[in-house]
Design a protein around this ligand. Structure first.
Ligand SMILES: [Fe+2]
Length: 309
């Protein structure tokens, strides 16, 4: 599809219970690259192959969870148009000035009916991936440090009113529905996977009574072997693993779910297929969701449904 509106997931800000523990985990175990610290005490990271300044920001707090998830849009004119479109749809938007996040331009923030804060922004300083733009090598030493994902890929959020959330993403922001899990009676969806690109998901939601919950932020790896290597590194560092390594039926992604030291779930994954906006959404019946979650084991892991931050 033409990349003309919302381009991709840009950043997540996540709360950790102990900042130093969080810094060590995200820098040395997950293998993100630290790119800055600000006067609010926030620490900024990027994945080694990303070119913009930061994709993942942590701050210390009394509770774990997600503060907001941001998408990069094409340019400032697109940001203005989407802000106007969100307001015309009936949502209240807030402008956060450029520089409030390090190396990040003005952001447009709004709250979803699920209780999550979503942001749009057009500008973030390009710092590159450490590889020359002329005659680039395929990778560099940063790819060998820790799990070392290539990019922040998507997030899964839990909250109420996901039918309304879907309308905002598809009718205002230009996303399309890729897959869904039907409710037991088949009348509604309990899970939705939405894309603004040709990825199987850029954001996903599961219906949940409590507002604003984080299920996981997901980081992309290049191969199944890299996913298995991630599992090795998790075990070497005594990371609490939730599910996997295995393959999802939903999206076909090959995955490990695990928790950071504060209890925020994260995913390291590869694979999936390449949908386009003209594809019919794929559906999973509720009684078969175990296969959608864990295709080989066909097991509806209790933690997937109940453990969120
Ligand atoms: Fe995921």
């Amino acid at each position: 599809m033409a990349m003309t509106g919302v381009l991709r997931p840009g950043h997540a800000q996540v709360r950790v219970l102990n900042l130093e523990e969080g810094i060590h985990f995200y820098r040395n175990v997950l293998g993100l690259v630290e790119t800055g610290r600000d006067d609010q005490g926030r620490v900024y990271f990027k994945c080694w192959d990303e070119r913009d300044h930061s994709c993942y920001v942590i701050r210390e707090a009394d509770t774990a969870g997600i503060d907001f998830f941001g998408f990069k849009v094409l340019d400032k004119a697109t940001l203005e148009k989407l802000d106007a479109d969100l307001q015309a749809y009936g949502l209240t938007t807030t402008r956060i000035p450029a520089g409030e996040m390090l190396e990040t331009g003005e952001r447009v923030r709004f709250e979803l009916p699920s209780g999550h804060l979503i942001e749009l922004y057009a500008e973030k300083t390009r710092i590159g991936n450490g590889i020359p733009e002329v005659n680039p090598a395929p990778w560099n030493a940063q790819r060998e440090h820790g799990i070392a994902p290539v990019q922040l890929d998507h997030c899964l959020l839990y909250g109420p009113n996901i039918a309304e959330v879907q309308k905002i993403f598809t009718e205002v922001l230009g996303f399309y529905l890729v897959e869904r899990v039907l409710s037991p009676d088949g009348d509604s969806d309990v899970g939705i996977w939405l894309s603004c690109s040709h990825k199987v998901h850029d954001i996903a939601f599961v219906e949940y009574p409590e507002k604003g919950k984080l299920h996981h932020c997901s980081f992309l790896l290049e191969s199944w072997e890299q996913v298995l290597r991630a599992g090795d590194i998790m075990s070497m560092n005594e990371v609490n693993v939730d599910i996997g390594p295995t393959r999802h039926g939903v999206t076909r992604g090959c995955t490990i779910y695990a928790w950071d030291p504060s209890g925020n779930r994260f995913e390291t994954f590869m694979g999936g297929y390449h949908p386009y906006p003209d594809y019919e959404p794929l559906a999973w019946t509720y009684d078969n969701f175990a296969q959608g979650l864990d295709y080989p084991q066909r097991k509806l892991h209790e933690t997937f449904l109940t453990v969120v931050t």
